[in-house]
Design a protein. Structure first.
Length: 261
């Protein structure tokens, strides 16, 4: 694109949408806007449309899952409601970085990696937002044991389908923008695989605490007003870190596939 005015206008429109839907905190908006300007200016229409689709589909998925998701989040997750600055950095920084590198090198591999990072974000968002509506069993991706819907590392067949749909949306946009079949297939695979790795990390490494008051297993350090004991995972790996690693995985797998295929 390399049109700074258009990049500023388009990014402001996305930011306005996020503010209107009360999706992101003020600090988060500022960071998201800045990342969007980089993605738009360096990554052009391909990356910008992927970013816009990621935001819009995440908002729609959140609207569909609504109350059910909110209740699960309150119970399990450390953060719920609006996405804050750290969450935004963990979800869009990688694609902004890839767009900048593409701008400098003019090598399509980075354009593909940036879109793949967004595909990983959307695949994960769709799986966690909509997977919670699954009527089938939710099971731990590592142990295969039944687990509470919405818990990190919990997967369901419906969630996998939604994850594939998220990656497919970004792949379809790239195809529609004339990026070709190879480019799009790479995005589809890397987005889906990254979301799966996200679940693995959620199950294996993310910190989970046992509440001493109500006995619930939760991602919250403090539950029922008291600090819980760490039961699984590593204390420094929280949901934000897992999301960052998800985006990084998407970008890395895309670069490998782009060279191999
Ligand atoms: Zn509790």
């Amino acid at each position: 694109m390399e049109n700074i005015w258009l990049s500023l206008i388009l990014s402001s429109a996305l930011a306005a949408l996020a503010i209107w839907r009360k999706a992101i905190t003020n600090k988060g908006i500022a960071i998201a806007w800045l990342c969007s300007v980089c993605i738009c200016y360096f990554g052009g229409w391909v990356n910008f449309l992927c970013l816009a689709a990621t935001l819009i589909c995440t908002l729609i998925a959140g609207k569909i899952s609504g109350k059910k998701r909110e209740n699960a989040e309150k119970k399990l997750h450390a953060k719920h409601g609006k996405r804050d600055g750290v969450q935004i950095i963990c979800n869009v920084f990688m694609s902004a970085l890839m767009a900048i590198i593409y701008g400098i090198t003019d090598n399509h591999i980075f354009l593909c990696a940036g879109a793949a990072a967004l595909a990983a974000s959307l695949a994960d968002s769709m799986a966690s937002e909509l997977g919670i509506l699954s009527r089938g069993k939710t099971f731990d991706v590592l142990s295969g044991k039944a687990t509470e819907p919405g818990m990190s590392g919990g997967v369901s067949f419906f969630g996998f389908a939604m994850s594939a749909l998220g990656a497919a949306i970004i792949a379809a946009i790239s195809l529609g923008q004339g990026m070709g079949v190879k480019f799009s297939v790479v995005i589809l695979i890397s987005g889906f695989v990254a979301a799966y790795v996200d679940s693995l990390l959620g199950a294996a490494a993310q910190a989970k605490y046992r509440c001493g008051v109500c006995g619930a297993l939760t991602e919250k350090k403090v539950h029922c007003g008291e600090k819980g004991a760490i039961e699984k995972g590593l204390s420094f790996i929280d949901n934000d870190m897992v999301n960052f690693l998800n985006n990084l995985t998407g970008a890395v797998i895309a670069m490998i596939l782009y060279v191999v295929i």
